[in-house]
Write a protein that binds this ligand. Structure first.
Ligand code: LRH
Ligand code: MN
Ligand code: MN
Length: 431
């Protein structure tokens, strides 16, 4: 890191101040779990192995279509973003990968970028394409769509961009491309619903054909926004149908904020797993729509239920099951580093809670039609405070027992504020 970084000394002293309390809490929880036949050491090791990718666009302050209120010391460019991602991983030990977005993360030397990231212990997860905004000097506008546009020249430009993303991703060591398109319509009659989807499939087939042998493409659906009457890839049914038609390298990506209100997301996850088509996640939370709030902040039980399906699949060795875990959030009122630290912890929490579900007990209750008994098996896991396991996992992996407190004690943001003078018009990507 060129500028300020959180020193090993500070990390050690912050951890030392919390160590004895953690040892006590960990021992007490280990005894309680042992009574349930759960080995806390195994659980801790599983948590240590869990990782989620940071979206590079998430380390800048987000915004809404009304305003963006930039925070001090925001990353000015890609290499600042890497520093912030490295800091999150240093403290959490749960975010070893990055998910970049192009052209937001365009740079002249991707091999160098990969090296800098590797120097921080970071690697690259899925690359995201962007055909939902026009870029300066772009030949054709995406105002009326991209991969499903009525004009073949616009589609060709959008296809070429996705293929460029694959080329960049190869240099970064990534193995997947995530495609989300904003295509849709705002008026009944504006678009031929069938033909628009046909055009999308044809375009996707060209992108699919450009995938290296060991790559996957993740199809990300979204119900609405920016199109408000119809969206071409609006739901998991459309996404699944497209993935099935394209072939084995195409899988579906579930962004938790992209569904109809009250839809049963964990059941969608179960369905996609059933067909070997669950590619990955964009984790976030929401109350109304694509709110992009912090994962686990509004509906932690739903997050747990999603992980419950994932562990169920893992344990039974479901086919083609290797979901990519990525965050996709917009931090409008918090320090993005703090939000991302806490979100990674919330995912680990849901993961650990799902791991301690008594699966045999649950199966017995389900077979006996004991509805409440089955529910209580899940509740018993969900209401277990696994925080000492998570903290111990971080400590053993070289991270912070209390990441946010340690981050605040370091004054990282204050240091970065003097190192990163504001640049007029700086955008962190999504606003
Ligand atoms: C669309 C979306 C998609 C984009 C990201 C910035 O709402 O979830 O994943 O790439 O936001
Ligand atoms: Mn998303
Ligand atoms: Mn979204």
């Amino acid at each position: 890191m060129t500028g300020f970084f959180i020193s090993e000394d500070l990390l050690q002293s912050e951890n030392a101040a919390r160590r004895s309390v953690l040892d006590e809490d960990f021992a007490a929880l280990s005894r309680a779990l042992a009574r349930r036949g759960i080995d806390s050491e195994t659980l801790t090791r599983s948590v240590m192995a869990f990782g989620v990718a940071i979206p590079t666009w998430g380390v800048g302050t987000g915004g809404t279509r009304f305003a963006r209120f930039p925070g001090p010391g925001e990353p000015r460019h890609l290499f600042d973003k890497l520093e912030d991602c490295a800091t999150i991983h240093r403290l959490s030990r749960a975010t070893p990968t990055l998910s970049p977005h192009f052209p937001w993360d365009t740079t002249s030397d991707y091999a160098a970028l990969r090296d800098v990231a590797a120097g921080y212990g970071l690697a690259f997860d899925a690359v995201n394409s962007n055909t939902f905004q026009d870029q300066p000097n772009q030949a054709h506008s995406y105002k009326f769509g991209s991969l499903s546009h009525v004009d073949g020249a616009v589609r060709a430009q959008a296809i070429a961009h996705n293929i460029d993303c694959i080329t960049i991703g190869r240099q970064l060591g990534s193995e997947a491309l995530t495609v989300w398109i904003a295509d849709g319509s705002n008026f009944a009659g504006q678009s031929n619903l069938t033909q628009a989807f046909d055009r999308y499939l044809e375009s996707m087939a060209e992108i699919y054909a450009a995938l290296p042998g060991d790559w996957r493409v993740f199809l990300e659906h979204k119900l609405y926004e920016p199109a408000f009457y119809s969206t071409v890839v609006s739901d998991w049914g459309t996404s699944l149908a497209a993935a099935q038609e394209l072939g084995p390298k195409a899988q579906c990506l579930v962004d938790l904020g992209h569904h109809a209100p009250n839809v049963n997301i964990e059941q969608i996850v179960a369905r996609l797993i059933r067909f070997g088509k669950l590619g990955g996640f964009h984790f976030n939370d929401s109350k109304y729509g694509d709110d992009d709030l912090d994962a686990g902040s509004i509906e932690p039980f739903r997050l747990f239920l999603v992980f419950n399906e994932l562990i169920d699949a893992e344990l039974r060795g479901a086919k083609n099951f290797a979901p990519a875990y990525m965050l996709d959030q917009s931090h409008n009122v918090t320090d993005p580093i703090e939000s991302l630290l806490q979100s990674a912890i919330e995912l680990q929490r849901a993961y650990a809670q799902a791991l301690i579900v008594d699966r045999a007990g649950l199966a017995v209750a389900q077979a006996a039609n004991d509805a409440l008994g089955a529910h209580l098996e899940l509740k018993r896991a969900f209401t277990t405070d696994v925080s000492p396991i998570l903290a111990m996992a971080r400590l053993r992996a070289g991270g912070a027992i209390a990441p946010i407190e340690t981050y605040r004690a370091s004054n990282y943001r204050k240091h970065k504020t003097s190192e990163r003078p504001p640049v007029a018009g700086t955008s962190a990507g999504i606003v």
